[in-house]
Design a protein around this ligand. Structure first.
Ligand code: GDP
Ligand code: MG
Length: 721
């Protein structure tokens, strides 16, 4: 074997264990989940074995190679354009028949393929016995049984895969019979294709012909672009066949093709390849559990109870570690206060760095608890049930069952992020359902909004924190769904598409998996706090400090201080109070005069309808950079004008004491924060996934909506209280 790296692709059904194997081989820590459709983009990595460098690609999971979804197109395009040296087809041994459906299509494409028969442990537990050699003989490709989770059999798998890659003999595309009518039509199509070498660089003739019969949009488009003349001829043959089948049997060619593929698989499995020893298998157990958990009436009730339990767990268990973090940063502030001399540097470190970053990092324990809970739901397979149950509701609002994933990722169970949520919409097939999902996922309570909500709820509604959090999460869902319905009735009007999604069997989550999931997401949050937020806090601090007061005004405050010092020289206590009063006035005047202050003041006449003063406006503007910044900015603006002695009190206390804040303002602010323009990063993602036009639409639509809602809350609330 040469020194050139061998290219290897991992392909298979969703949930077959591709990412687990990928991680095992490369040592990377990709997201592994018991949830279909987790990998949308393909991921690359590399490793060594037998002195050979191997570069490996984890493809998105698919059930077929017909272009029904984005994953299928991504996978197929990769296989035909990148032409990997070997394709490792991961097959879930506990679900053999269904998984082999995809394998038959690799055979038809004539790809150099090897089957990794995964989940042998699960198959064994369920009493499923597979005669691997027999199966390999009948399919005419190598098969290696493995357990991806423990790495068993993977060395053997790779060494056999290397042999496939190295073997000079090319794979012959496998011919599966599709019945008399279709076979005849296929011959005609193949003859036409071969005559003109139609798309022959990418696909074997028979594969192209089959995809034409399956009405594969992507293939039809490619055909038309490459050779319109031949494409037209092929389409004619297909429509003739299609009409004939319709007239005689009332079926579409797609259905017959699927039937025959399953027939081909059944025929193989029946030759003593597959035996069930007993049928009290896990699928059976899963079905039994599902009878209760996805029951029409009981299911949603249990779901709400489980989600509510998640909140209880997160908020009550994290209370103590959160208070430790607060104490830590309070102590740090005190140390700096006492060691550094007064001046710009001290002000920057306390108001910019410690208050800003501390405010964000203080929530790390809470975020970790939340992510841990979500990881349990996801890895056990329950999250997929949530999607399944929510589909009924989603349909009503013009969305699709698959929209649930983006919503949950974005913070449907509070604490996600709209950025991966926006990316996750790629799994949606219909462009309009996809746009409607894309535009409404930012309404969810992402991990960055959670601390802001917690702060305000904690400060103004000390009782029943978990209940309020839960209610605000429900509100986010309600608003997102109504907004989606509104969009689907106006700018995105169109038909709904039916729902198909696999419910994976329930699995006991592994501790390692839970830890990896929790850590990955927490780390993303910390990274943001450590880099972006630090920069923004300092920038905001600068914009709130400069240009400073003109000398004449500074002198005025200085002379006031002198005067008071003289007159009150004997009454030291009163003197201290009077002096801090002046200091406070001076820093408030400085803030007012600063760049940020001017921007905040500029918006005050409008924002006051929603109860926001100019300082809150500064925080909201900062929040556009990243929602976490709202806390750090509030921390900064409300610490700058505060008497030294009060610095030790928490931001929540300071807000409660401030005359501009009360419970009504807090609710109005909560509503605005939940629904106004998505953060800058999300906006960029929306633009990348659709267009800048939609990104701008999202910013203006959300902000206007949020403002109207806050004004209503504030005006009505003020009237009644
Ligand atoms: P993908 O969708 O194909 O990438 O599948 P994943 O790698 O995300 O795996 C789906 C689930 O199956 C995860 O919960 C894995 O921990 C689990 N899993 C993967 N391989 C095995 C295995 O060999 N045995 C068992 N028991 N579970 C496995
Ligand atoms: Mg995966």
């Amino acid at each position: 074997m040469g020194n050139k790296p061998i290219t290897m692709a991992l392909a298979g059904n969703p949930n077959a264990g591709k990412t687990t194997l990928f991680n095992h081989l490369t040592g990377a820590r990709q997201h592994v989940g018991n949830y279909p459709g987790i990998t949308v983009d393909h991921k690359e990595g590399s490793f060594h074995q037998d002195g050979q460098q191997i570069s490996i690609t984890d493809l998105p999971g698919t059930y077929s190679l017909t272009a029904y979804s984005v994953e299928e197109v991504v996978s197929r395009d990769f296989l035909t354009t990148a032409k990997p040296d070997v394709v490792v087809n991961i097959v879930d041994a506990s679900n053999l028949e269904r998984n082999l459906y995809l394998s038959t299509q690799f055979l038809e494409m004539g790809l150099p393929v090897i089957i990794a028969l995964n989940m042998m442990d699960v198959a064994k537990d369920r009493g499923i016995e597979i005669r691997v050699e027999k199966l390999s003989e009948l399919l005419e490709i190598p098969i290696v049984p493995i357990i991806a989770r423990s790495g068993k059999g993977t060395k053997e798998l790779i060494s056999q895969a290397l042999e496939v890659a190295a073997s000079s003999k090319t794979m012959e595309p496998r011919d599966i019979s599709y019945g008399e009518d279709l076979d005849e039509s296929l011959m005609e199509l193949i003859a036409t294709i071969e005559q003109t070498s139609f798309l022959s660089s990418a696909y074997p003739a028979r594969f192209t012909a089959i995809k034409y019969l399956e009405h594969d949009d992507e293939m039809l488009r490619k055909g038309q672009a490459a050779a319109p003349e031949t494409a037209r001829k092929l389409e004619e043959i297909v429509s003739k066949t299609s009409d004939h089948l319709q007239a005689t049997m009332d079926v579409y060619p797609e259905a017959i093709i699927a039937d025959h593929r399953y027939g081909f698989i059944k025929a193989i499995l029946r030759q003593g390849v597959l035996t069930h020893k007993f049928d009290t298998d896990r699928l059976y157990t899963s079905d039994k559990i599902d009878k209760v958990l996805t029951n029409r009436l009981l299911g949603p009730v249990i779901m709400l109870a489980i989600l509510f339990g998640l909140y209880q767990f997160t908020f009550s268990w994290s209370e103590l570690p959160v208070s430790w973090m607060e104490a830590l940063f309070g102590w740090l502030g005190g140390v700096v206060e006492n060691t550094l001399p007064d001046g710009l540097l001290k002000s920057m470190i306390i108001s910019g760095v410690i208050d800003g970053v501390g405010g964000v990092l203080g929530f790390v324990p809470l975020i970790m608890f939340m992510f841990f809970g979500i990881a349990v739901l996801e890895d056990s397979g329950y999250l997929a049930r949530v999607a399944f149950m929510m589909d009924r509701v989603f349909h009503f609002f013009g969305l699709h069952g698959s929209s649930v994933m983006p919503f949950i990722v974005s913070g449907g169970i509070a604490g996600g992020c709209a950025v991966p949520g926006v990316m996750a919409t790629r799994t949606l097939r219909s462009p309009k359902e996809r746009m409607a999902t894309l535009l409404t996922v930012p309404f969810m309570n992402c991990g960055a909004k959670v601390p802001v909500l917690v702060l305000l709820i904690g400060a103004f509604f000390t009782e029943h924190k978990a209940l309020y959090m839960f209610l605000f999460t429900m509100l986010a869902w309600l608003v997102a769904l109504v907004a989606a319905k509104f969009l689907r009735m106006t700018v995105l009007r169109g038909e709904a598409t039916p729902f198909v999604m696999e419910l994976p069997p329930y699995r006991f989550p592994t501790f390692r998996g839970l830890v990896i999931h929790t850590w990955e997401r927490t780390w993303q949050y910390i990274k943001k706090a450590g880099t972006v937020i630090l920069g923004i806090s300092i920038l905001l601090w600068a914009s709130m400090t400069f240009p400073g007061l003109p000398q004449s005004e500074q002198d005025l405050y200085e002379s006031q201080r002198l005067e008071i010092t003289e007159t009150l020289a004997k009454q030291t206590e009163k003197l201290q109070d009077a002096l801090t009063g002046i200091n406070q006035e001076e820093s408030a005047a400085t803030l007012r005069n600063s760049i940020a202050g001017k921007v905040g003041l500029f918006f005050e006449p409008v924002s006051s309808y929603a109860g926001f003063d100019w300082r809150t406006n500064i925080a909201m503007l900062g929040g556009f950079a990243a929602k976490e910044v709202i806390i750090s900015t509030l921390g900064t603006v409300y610490s700058m004008g505060v008497i030294e002695a009060d610095k030790a009190s928490s931001l929540g206390d300071r807000l409660v004491k401030d005359p501009h804040w009360n419970a009504v303002v807090a609710v109005s602010a909560l509503i605005f924060i939940m629904f106004y323009a998505p953060c800058f990063v999300t906006v960029v993602c929306i633009a990348k996934e659709s267009s800048w036009k939609w990104a701008l639409f999202s910013m203006t639509f959300n902000t206007i909506f949020a403002f109207i809602a806050s004004v209503l809350v504030f005006q009505l609330g003020s009237m009644f209280s």
